[in-house]
Design a protein around this ligand. Structure first.
Ligand SMILES: Cc1ncc(COP(=O)(O)O)c(C=O)c1O
Length: 174
């Protein structure tokens, strides 16, 4: 159900940090997440729940609001991959109650940039793990190679949602 982009990086972080990854079962009958298995995977040592919002393979939309409540009750944070849901659903991160949510703007005809929402109080304390701008600009054939990590290279992104889309989300699709 999950895209590899929301699996392998966490597995690698866990490997680096000696952390345990617990997996949640999928109900093969209807392609939904097994919430009993999710509840069983959560405990006081759970730090982060990582889940996809919508699965492009099955069309499943996971109950992330409920999952966020359960994660928080266990003292964990929740990270949601909304790459497949952002183009189709109106996302209200506060109503969903998630701590982090990511999507890719190119999936809704934006530029090729990733979008990260994070609760400000958490982001403020979060150290960068692997993605940092290079200390020195790499050289190519004696010339400076463009750095994709320089924010100045990303065109400003202005997201406009028309009032009609807000009222009738399905009209976006017609
Ligand atoms: C659910 C989901 N997560 C993550 C990704 C990866 O996004 P990106 O192509 O921006 O790395 C995709 C790509 O299709 C996806 O469908």
């Amino acid at each position: 159900m999950d895209h590899d982009a929301n699996v392998t990086p966490w597995v690698m972080v866990a490997r680096d940090g000696g952390l345990t990854v617990r997996w949640v079962r999928l109900d093969p009958e209807d392609g939904t997440l097994d919430l009993a298995s999710y509840a069983a995977a959560l405990n006081a040592r759970t730090r982060l729940v990582c889940v996809g919002h919508a699965a492009n393979s099955l069309g499943t939309v996971n109950p992330v609001q409920r999952m966020a409540e359960m994660a928080h009750a266990a003292g964990a944070q929740i990270f949601v991959d909304a790459v497949q849901s952002a183009p189709h659903l109106l996302l209200d991160v506060q109503a969903l109650g998630v701590d982090y949510l990511v999507c890719s703007a190119y999936k809704f005809f934006g530029p090729h940039v990733g979008v990260l929402y994070g609760r400000y109080d958490l982001l403020e304390k979060l150290p960068a793990y692997a993605v940092r701008p290079p200390a020195r600009t790499p050289q190519k054939n004696g010339r400076r190679a463009p750095s994709l990590l320089r924010p100045s290279r990303v065109p400003p992104l202005r997201c406009t949602i028309s009032p009609r889309w807000a009222r009738e989300p399905r009209s976006m699709l017609s």
